[in-house]
Design a binder for this molecule. Structure first.
Ligand code: HEM
Length: 401
């Protein structure tokens, strides 16, 4: 009789271990309890040294996670056999503050050698950048493993250009299971940091090949940008991504409403009908923005290594089948084991269930690939973005805000 509780406990633990997620909060509680406070301390130091650096580090989460999952591949330098991501189209001369991650890693190695992955450092540091600049603070899931390889080509193919329009961005984020709301909220990361003139020259002087500036630009803001980024000037000069570039707040969305978005990919979120609703909502309700942003960052951080062209529906089916089969075999094993008062019988039945589950879920059966993701050719889509209806904000609206 006393066998039953043991059977149930054992099977429950085993099933949870097999089906449970690998990422979880406080992953380093036993192995490196100070990990999160060390990262926060180092980020604070970096911010004091140079306020912008925390924004630059926060950007790493996006550029790491979108390219084959959050695996710190972004941080790998080129080798004779591998072209890394640091020099990809979106990253070259643009991503910066890698030394902050180096400092964090060094501090963590001192405290707990060979324990905390760089992929987790990127996730913790991004969260801290937001919290330290006045934004929300949330619990991050940890337990990622670092990649030993990187792909410049994948980064080139995947990362969006500042020319991208909202329709393109909606499609792109959807491929990563990120909704329109997630995409707009995550773009709110441009509430901190700066961008180069290089990223906006076309919209100041030749939007969509028209030889004219982007009509969505509010005239006095355009004059300001023209002065900052004159034709033929130094394209590495930087401008603020919103009016309060050191504070994480909803000013970015207020700026979009008034036609003062820095990047085309920012302003397009207000000119597009679908995304405009979220821009308006976030510009009016900072709490709503913060909640959506947290949610988006957690989802972004959940992207695991594995090529993005996978079949999401197939993956969900595998997970469900695995859980169902394991639970059924567990229940059958417990019932039969209890009825026959035999631990051996129970284990044999459960082992059979595990073997069956493995056969069903591990091989790449064709029925898991019935919904492959359709990838656009990003170069084509970005070269010729579809023109979108432009809503130029009225001055009245601006002064009300
Ligand atoms: C929606 C698509 C996005 C596009 C097209 C985009 C594009 C860009 C571009 C072009 C810059 C300026 C780079 C330069 O001129 O050198 C920039 C800066 C930045 N991006 Fe994004 N971004 C996007 C989404 C995101 C997301 C999801 C995050 C974070 C979760 C993020 C975080 C940042 C930050 C913090 C900066 C400022 C970095 C600094 O000051 O060094 N971006 N982005």
């Amino acid at each position: 009789m006393s066998l039953l509780p043991h059977l149930i406990l054992y099977l429950t633990l085993f099933t949870v271990a097999v089906t449970g997620e690998t990422l979880r909060p406080r992953f380093y509680r036993e192995t490196c309890p100070e990990a999160e406070s060390i990262v926060r301390r180092e980020m604070k130091k970096a911010m004091i040294k140079e306020a912008r650096s925390v924004a630059s580090v926060m950007r790493f989460q996006f550029h790491d996670c979108f390219v084959n999952g959050c695996d710190a591949s972004l941080l790998l330098d080129d080798t004779p056999n591998m072209l890394g991501e640091k020099l990809s189209l979106s990253n070259i001369d643009s991503l910066r503050s890698f030394e902050v991650v180096d400092d964090i890693k060094e501090a963590l190695e001192k405290a707990c050698p060979a324990t905390v992955s760089c992929a987790d450092i990127v996730i913790m540091a991004a969260r801290d950048a937001v919290a330290l600049t006045g934004g929300p603070d949330w619990e991050v899931k940890l337990g990622r493993r670092d990649s030993l390889t990187a792909s410049q080509k994948d980064s080139d193919d995947i990362m969006p250009s500042p020319r991208a329009n909202a329709t393109f961005l909606i499609d792109l984020f959807e491929r990563f299971n990120l909704s329109v709301k997630d995409m707009v909220a995550l773009s709110g990361s441009h509430s901190i940091g700066q961008g180069r003139c290089f990223s906006i020259m076309f919209r100041l002087y030749n939007q969509s090949g028209s030889g004219k500036p982007d009509p969505a630009l509010e005239p006095s803001y355009r004059k300001k940008l023209d002065k900052l980024c004159p034709l033929g000037g130094d394209e590495n000069v930087t401008g603020d991504l919103d009016a309060t570039p050191q504070v994480f707040d909803n000013q970015y969305f207020k700026d979009l409403v008034s036609g003062r978005g820095f990047l085309n990919s920012d302003q397009t979120l207000y000119t597009n009908r679908v995304t405009r609703e979220y821009v308006k909502m976030f510009s009016e309700d900072q709490g709503e923005f913060f909640r959506a942003f947290e949610e988006g960052m957690v989802k972004l951080g959940d992207l695991q290594s594995g090529r993005p062209e996978m079949d999401w529906q197939g993956q969900k089916l595998v997970e469900h089948l695995m859980q169902i089969l394991l639970v059924i075999s567990g229940v059958v094993a417990v019932v039969v084991g209890y009825a026959t008062e035999s631990f051996r019988t129970m284990m044999l039945i459960y082992a059979g269930g595990v073997v069956l589950t493995t056969l069903v879920t591990v091989p790449n059966w064709p029925f898991y690939n019935l919904h492959p993701l359709k990838w656009l050719d990003p170069s084509e889509a970005e070269k010729y973005p579809k023109p979108e209806v432009v809503v130029v904000a009225s001055k009245k609206k601006v002064s009300k805000k």
